[in-house]
Write a protein that binds this ligand. Structure first.
Ligand SMILES: [Mg+2]
Length: 127
């Protein structure tokens, strides 16, 4: 089973994204800040990560860089708010595979996850 790490300091957001992923057959692990995300990534090596940018303790951009240092193949999708275009550019330069602008959109989330995992969203098969 493919494992996705959901990182957001907002518990309701983690819950919504996690429920969606579980419904689509993924295993989910969660982290509530960037530092926990880096630690959990090192321990559990998830297949992909959905990560908020604005978080306490360690922000998403810093966590992204540290995760990519540990695993240059890491597949990280950044979750952004409107008006964070400059940060999005930095995140892409730091190796983010995709970004999603909040609010929560189930279809866009699933398409992005399937894309970074290089699976066919419509057919649900590996390319
Ligand atoms: Mg946040």
């Amino acid at each position: 089973m493919l494992k996705i790490m959901v990182v957001d300091d907002a518990q309701f957001m983690r819950l919504r994204v996690s429920k969606l992923l579980i419904k689509h057959g993924y295993e989910v692990v969660e982290a509530g800040d960037g530092a926990a995300a880096v630690q959990t990534y090192r321990q559990l090596k998830p297949d992909a990560v959905l990560m908020d940018i604005t978080m306490p303790i360690k922000d998403g951009l810093t966590a992204l860089s540290e995760i990519r240092q540990f695993d240059p193949q890491a597949k990280v999708i950044m979750l952004t708010a409107l008006g964070q275009q400059a940060i999005v550019l930095k995140a892409m330069q730091a190796g983010a595979k995709d970004f999603l602008v909040k609010p929560f959109d189930p279809e866009r989330i699933m398409k992005s996850v399937q894309k970074v995992l290089k699976r066919n969203y419509e057919l649900g098969i590996r390319n």
